[in-house]
Write a protein that binds this ligand. Sequence first.
Ligand SMILES: NC(=O)c1ccc[n+]([C@@H]2O[C@H](COP(=O)([O-])OP(=O)(O)OC[C@H]3O[C@@H](n4cnc5c(N)ncnc54)[C@H](O)[C@@H]3O)[C@@H](O)[C@H]2O)c1
Length: 471
Amino acid sequence: MSERNTPEASSEWSRRDFLRSAASAGAGWALGQAAFAQPPASGPLSASQPASMPSSAPASAPRKADQVNVGIIGVGEQGRVLIEAAVRIPGVRFKAVCDIWPYSQKLAAGRLKSYGHDVTVYEDYRDMLDKEKGAIDAAIVATPDWMHAEHAMACMQAGLHVYCEKEMSNSLEKAKQMVLAQRATGRKLQIGHQRRSNPRYLHAINKLIHEVKLLGRVTHANAQWNRAVTEELGWAKTYELSQETLNQYGYATMREFRNWRWFKKYGGGPIVDLGSHQIDLFSWVFLNNPKSVTASGGTDYYKNYEWYDNVMAIYEFDAPEGVARAFYQVLTTTAHGLFYEVFMGVDGSIEISEIPSSGNNAFRESRAPEWDKWARMGLLGRTKAPPVSLTSEVIADARPTKPLGAWPLPVQLAKPAHQPHLENFFDSIRYGVPLNCPAEIGYETAVAVLRANDAVEAARRLEFKPEEFKV
Ligand SMILES: NC(=O)c1ccc[n+]([C@@H]2O[C@H](COP(=O)([O-])OP(=O)(O)OC[C@H]3O[C@@H](n4cnc5c(N)ncnc54)[C@H](O)[C@@H]3O)[C@@H](O)[C@H]2O)c1
């Protein structure tokens, strides 16, 4: 496998209750703004503005007044989330916005202009690349998954560095082409698995699991993303695209254009949309790609869509200390437990989530060496008492089932969730720091994730060959 970044509140699927009317869409945008109190940076770096340094950046990286000019393709829900994070990074200037939907164009360009970024709006990315030649250095691609390859490759071939949202593609063949295009052009290609740059995940996985070996041998993981029933996304009549425009850009209907995730042509369904972030972590923790996947799922509730609305998958890994297994579930009919990941070792577990209220603790097994020294060193917070005090009435035999005390993870992220990953991308362009999710890692994760859908369809265990993960 390629070198994984051993020494790296998303609300993607739920955000689709966003536009059911023009009015509700406006409200959603305002809420997004209120969530981030920190004002955006404007203009190039100045002496009073600290350079944004991801945890992967060397402390001595020069604080240059380098400005990176950016064009963004696809400014729907996620494109606008990325804008909100990127405008907070000193030296990042948006110059161009491209989207085929006037509604998205208007929201994004209006917001950017209010932040002092003077952007030109384009409908077709080819016009953007033509007219902005020499004026932009990098592109952010946040279009639906099926367009990532076309957009990212055209940008790299035009000399731009690219931050491309996950899933790299809904087609492994197209994802492979993206890796090849990255190598041929020598441009940076960061894939949007943003947990790989989140300091809390870096602390939990690189520091506590891999370096300190807090959990001992990690034998299991489980993760879930549970989401309540959602309505189909709608659109305001005034923003309905003509059939001619839809045809021109490959969308059969306005309904498919808005609800693209659920259709095989455009996306990969919930396990790809949501699970890719979390399944990506399994390989990071187990330091290997999976060797097999078994999965069950179906289109059981949303009969009007194409993709499986629930999937339960088990991955097996050859981890450095032996076999490890990981269970993943994505449900779209209940929000029970929300979304989080758990890594379990013989000495303890770590439960973590991109939203810390859903997981932010390490749990020590009673057999493990004392953890106080790690707390004294600041690697763990101070332990809280076990959640239940056991008495003989509560439990008959407490020896193997005693609840574990929680030790909070002390690292917090005080900025939008996607900002560190964007910082890593821009600092890679400016200072040459390594990308936390380069094309090869994005591809390996795409293989692991997309094949879960194949395992559901095959209704059997699928074995991976190591060469499947290589380009
Ligand atoms: N990293 C994360 O946490 C995260 C979260 C949500 C979404 N995503 C990813 O971001 C991408 C976008 O998702 P979204 O939720 O914003 O979807 P969305 O439907 O809200 O937005 C997609 C935008 O792309 C535009 N578009 C479609 N085809 C286009 C084309 N050919 N050229 C230009 N613009 C085009 C649409 O008009 C729309 O504005 C997806 O790949 C998704 O998987 C990532």
